[in-house]
Design a protein around this ligand. Structure first.
Ligand SMILES: Cc1cc2nc3c(=O)[nH]c(=O)nc-3n(C[C@H](O)[C@H](O)[C@H](O)COP(=O)(O)OP(=O)(O)OC[C@H]3O[C@@H](n4cnc5c(N)ncnc54)[C@H](O)[C@@H]3O)c2cc1C
Ligand code: SF4
Ligand code: SF4
Length: 1001
């Protein structure tokens, strides 16, 4: 990680450009892509315009520093890491400059993400059809850089076939347009004509060699595309030399793309095979029917997916028996009748090939038709999820991508996969196959631990043997993910020395001084140079003390190291819409504010690569400042990186080292002073009544003056005051059940006992929600016990969340211990524990087991339910006896992040649907932005409001006045109120209204 300091460059860049970073934390976040390499860049520039990018390039050239253009940084081969000045296009260079609907073309800047582009094109009935798996975060500049290929490349080709022209800045600073060329070069800018002549001359000179040595498979993205300029090529295009050049020739500023009409109805045939080998043999015949995709899911993937609850129903709908492999064959002609005809021909074909449902062993098989578009989509998601599960293995060894990209002619696919499996076995490892059978490009990643010298040696041996085999089949070693560091070294054996010299000529014609991304495609380092590996010889995790349970992972800090290392940089957290992860990135678009950036900073910090004490440093605090602990990453990150939990460790380390600010004290200790505050509510509420008091609280305690604080009240919910509980609907209750041994012996056997946990927020600020829950449970005939402390302290129970949020782990543990002690008698009888505030109740499933691992917390986790989860479960079991009447026609529902993270949204939707005549619409929202105390912080309120504006607040404003607004989270309700003036309510209150209506009240 030694990096030359470039103070001159830093000074000059900072003098001229607004977003320039040379600090270790930022550089560290740009030192990796989705490969297993790590190279610390010199610095990072985030240009706000193409002109600023040009300025940065000019200054780098003047200072003799190389330049690395970067998009989403999702490359798998190490092409997006270098000891260079990184220019990140993904934040601002994202405009669509032109859309020509009739001509089916558009012009874009390089930083636009594919999904964003396709969202904008959809209303025109068009799309850019290179549908790569990373479409949610890959930029068009990166796709052009890598010549990316989608699942439907059989129909649409690779990126190269869909790029009409490219505008770029050359290494000498000239801007140039690259597009179609005629033999007289009349359409070429005069300034680039000599370059064009040289390239065409080079292609002509090497025509024979290209003809002989370039693999004749569709999936060949290795080397430079000299074949695009061969004499006789009827559509030579200079831009195609830049496509796949991995940022080594020029900096792309504008891309003209060919667009396609959106796909209409499709027909999918899920071809089942009793033998993987037979499936591979069949692929060559299947493609003759003209499908647009043939994707492989093997037995391992099916097994992995069947372990995921949300995918089990999908599998049940299309998997028959126990196939060894399934080929998902998709037909996408304009005419659905034609698709159906082809589907039938597919069935006949499998019969002709000797497969049948009635046969056994390798001959068993057949086609399951999938015509429902929803199921078609679900199946594709399932394939991706299977890969994610594979990537989420928690051992030190991980599936490593280096031979995952080979493509062979289809007639050799079966033999190739069998022989490669043998090679893996020979080297003591294994791999799972998936992806693009249609083009002979099957992904497979052997599991290796690159910290071990022996596994690095195995990687070389596997690569050499695999590539030699691919060469013998006249296949391509670089079929999708590009050359980078992984494959450039192997160009000599693949293409021959002569063509490698020709590639060097291409590089030198553009970039004689090696300004752009040196050492990729040509003059590359050894791919197994351990100095370049992320887990290289100097990778040394430091001993560290952690406070939570990380034992599911290997490594230092009781496993914290392994948990951090789960991030493989695939960038799914950079998704800008859909899903929930990562709300802070969606607002700032800073690499610092995305799960990946945070995980990389943590990994570098705990291994001493960011200097002493980086873990508890201010830079680390800044890195995590905008993490709202929404836990979306825990669910949506393909490898389950749980940043919310990691943040607790950082907060704890900081609290131990620096103590707490007044703001943090006021937030953390709220449950401790709440009983006193509720006795003097008028005093505490003065802050939002006396002019100037809010401003003072901002100056002194960091609470944003613009935001009103929750209102204290004296009529709080009290465990010991049953007379204040809801009147006529009052259930059979007891607040002292935990202490009453006789009652305990009697109860719990008829399944009608439940215990309600009244959390701090609802207890002190919105007791109406606790009352509503009591009244609903009472109306449904449950005996409700309210959880009360069993120690001598009369202070109400608390889940400990506020303490965790400021790093007071010991205090949180004390609260958790009180909760466990109080609930233990109920849990011993398996009596469900019911809560209302998602972040508190779901902490029983997450943080409490992490604080106090063991049987007691596991039992609590298993029996803790949100009110709606409990009711829906009872309803599904036919045990809910709750009369409900209509209370309105529509409800707009916003889910708390933790409800989404724990898959609890279906329950709240289900509970609302129990009410007759109520149409439930769920806002497609990420975090509301309030996130506990986050929205109250003077330094975080702007981001908080911006998060709310992403989707939730606009959706609420659009809702009709008579639409009920439901949000279970206290802070979500506050954000909705502050942002729109409208009042959302807890689902318990809607249910209580409906139950009261049924009772004629
Ligand atoms: C889980 C996973 C699945 C993937 N699936 C696919 C797949 O289905 N198909 C596929 O083809 N790839 C796939 N990839 C690889 C990768 O996502 C794609 O190649 C993607 O197009 C890269 O886009 P990016 O914006 O992340 O590019 P980056 O990684 O940022 O850059 C890619 C290259 O382009 C260069 N570059 C970027 N911007 C510019 C510019 N303005 N000017 C010049 N050069 C530039 C960079 O220097 C680099 O060499 C996958 C990767 C992962 C991690
Ligand atoms: S945090 Fe998760 S989603 Fe983000 S890059 Fe890392 S592994 Fe991928
Ligand atoms: S917890 Fe939420 S805000 Fe924090 S990194 Fe994960 S997704 Fe992003």
């Amino acid at each position: 990680m030694a990096v030359a300091q470039m103070p001159g460059l830093e000074r000059r860049l900072k003098a001229e450009l607004p977003e320039v970073h040379f600090d270790r934390f930022t550089r560290g976040r740009y030192a990796t892509d989705a490969s297993h390499y790590q190279i610390m860049p010199v610095g990072v520039v985030i240009p706000r315009s193409i002109a600023q990018a040009e300025q940065a390039i000019a200054l780098a050239r003047a200072e003799g520093v190389s330049v690395l253009p970067r998009g989403g940084g999702t490359s798998q081969s190490g092409q997006t890491v270098n000891e260079s000045l990184v220019i990140d296009c993904s934040k601002y260079l994202t405009r669509i400059l032109q859309v020509d609907v009739a001509g089916r073309r558009c012009v874009v800047e390089p930083g636009i993400v594919l999904d964003e582009l396709n969202r904008a094109l959809k209303p025109h009935g068009l799309w850019f059809p290179v549908d790569i798996s990373t479409s949610s975060r890959a930029t068009l500049g990166g796709m052009v850089g890598n010549n990316s290929c989608g699942a439907r490349s059989l129909r649409y080709g690779n990126t190269r076939e869909n790029v009409l022209s490219v505008d770029a800045v050359l290494p000498d600073g000239r801007a140039a347009h690259f597009g179609r060329v005629t033999s007289d070069l009349s359409a070429v800018d005069a300034s680039v004509r000599p370059l064009a002549q040289r390239l065409l001359g080079l292609a002509a000179r090497e025509a024979n060699e290209i003809e002989t040595r370039f693999p004749k498979v569709q999936r060949r993205v290795g080397g430079y595309n000299l074949d695009a300029l061969l004499p006789g090529n009827n559509d030579p295009n200079l831009a195609h030399i830049l496509v796949g050049s991995e940022g080594t020739l020029a900096f792309t500023t504008k891309i003209e793309l060919k667009l396609s009409p959106l796909l209409g109805s499709r027909a999918v045939g899920a071809c089942h095979f009793g033998s993987f080998h037979e499936a591979m043999s069949a692929a060559q015949h299947i493609v003759k029917l003209g499908p647009i995709a043939v994707e492989l899911v093997d037995r391992t993937m099916i097994g992995l997916a069947s372990d995921i609850a949300m995918f089990r129903p999908t599998l049940q709908q299309f998997v028959r028996g126990e196939p060894d492999a399934i080929l998902l064959v998709e037909f996408g002609e304009d005419d659905q009748e034609e698709n159906l005809r082809r589907l039938r021909r597919l069935e006949e074909l499998l019969g002709d090939l000797g497969f049948g449902w009635d046969k056994s062993g390798a001959r068993w098989g057949g086609v399951v038709e999938v015509l429902d578009p929803k199921l078609q989509m679900a199946i594709m998601e399932l394939r991706t999820a299977g890969l994610n599960v594979m990537m989420s293995m928690k051992e030190e060894g991980k599936p490593i991508s280096f031979v995952e990209d080979c493509a062979v002619p289809l007639e050799h696919l079966a033999e190739y996969t069998a022989r490669l499996t043998d090679i893996f076995e020979k080297h003591g490892t294994r791999g799972t196959w998936y992806a693009h059978a249609s083009v002979g490009c099957l992904h497979v990643r052997p599991v290796l631990n690159l910290r071990l010298d022996k596994d690095v040696k195995a990687m070389r041996a596997i690569a050499e043997e695999a590539f030699a085999m691919v060469r013998a089949y006249k296949g391509s070693h670089s079929g999708e993910h590009g050359d980078g560091i992984v494959r450039s070294e192997f160009h000599a054996p693949m293409f021959g020395e002569r063509l490698v010299r020709a590639f060097e000529d291409v590089k030198d014609s553009f970039d004689p001084n090696g300004l752009f991304n040196p050492g990729k495609i040509v003059r590359a380092p050894k791919f197994d140079d351990r100095e370049l590996l992320r887990y290289g010889p100097h990778y040394r995790p430091q001993p560290m003390t952690t406070r939570l349970d990380w034992s599911a992972y290997p490594g230092m800090g009781g496993g914290f190291q392994g948990a951090v290392e789960m991030c493989n940089n695939n960038g799914a957290c950079r998704n800008l819409s859909g899903g929930v992860m990562c709300p802070s990135y969606r607002v700032t678009k800073n690499e610092r504010d995305v799960t990946r950036g945070r995980a990389n900073s943590l990994r570098l910090a705990i291994t001493g690569q960011l200097g002493a004490d980086a873990f508890a440093s201010d830079d680390m605090a800044e890195t995590l400042k905008l993490c709202v602990s929404c836990k979306a990453c825990r669910r949506e990150c393909p490898t389950g990186v749980d940043m919310a939990r990691m943040k607790i460790e950082v907060q704890a380390a900081r609290a131990a080292k620096h103590g707490l600010s007044l703001h943090e004290r006021l937030v953390g200790y709220l449950p401790r002073y709440a009983p006193y505050a509720s006795k003097l509510p008028w005093l505490l509420n003065l802050r939002d009544m006396i002019p100037g008091a809010a401003a003072l609280s901002e100056a002194v305690a960091g609470f944003a003056a613009r935001r009103a604080l929750p209102k204290w009240r004296s009529d709080v919910f009290r465990d010991d005051n049953e007379s204040s509980w809801p009147g006529s609907s009052r259930p059979s209750t007891s607040s002292s059940w935990g202490k009453d041994v006789d009652a305990r012996h009697k109860a719990g056997h008829d399944g009608r006992d439940v215990v309600l946990f009244a959390d701090t927020f609802n207890r002190y600020f919105e007791r109406e929600n606790v009352d509503a829950a009591l009244s609903v449970l009472g109306a449904a005939g449950y005996r409700v016990h309210v959880a009360t402390p069993v120690d001598d302290n009369t202070r109400p129970l608390c889940c400990g969340r506020t303490f965790l949020s400021v790093g007071l782990i010991d205090e949180a543990r004390k609260e958790a211990e009180r909760v466990l002690a109080a609930l233990e008698p109920y849990l011993a009888h398996r009596i469900p524990v019911i809560g209302l505030e998602p972040s508190c109740l779901l902490g029983f499933r997450d943080e409490i087991p992490a604080l106090i691992p063991g049987q007691a917390s596991r039992r609590l986790a298993a029996h803790a339910f949100l009110l709606e989860e409990f009711l829906v479960r009872e309803a599904e079991a036919g045990k809910l006896n709750l009369a409900l009447r209509p209370v309105g026609e529509r409800v707009l529902l916003h889910g708390h992040c933790h409800q989404k993270s724990f898959g609890a949204m279906g329950a709240v939707e289900g509970a609302l649907r129990l009410i007759p005549g109520l149409a439930v619409e769920t806002v497609d929202s990420s975090c509301c932005g309030m996130a506990g105390s986050f929205g109250y912080g003077a330094d975080t309120i702007d981001v908080s409001l911006a998060m709310g504006e992403l989707s939730l607040l606009p959706a609420v404003r659009k809702a009709a006045p008579d639409t009920l607004l439901v949000a279970d989270g206290t802070s979500c309700r506050q954000q909705i109120h502050d942002g729109t003036g409208r009042q959302a309510i807890h689902v318990a209150r809607v249910l209580a209204m409906s139950a009261a209506a049924a009772r004629g009240m």
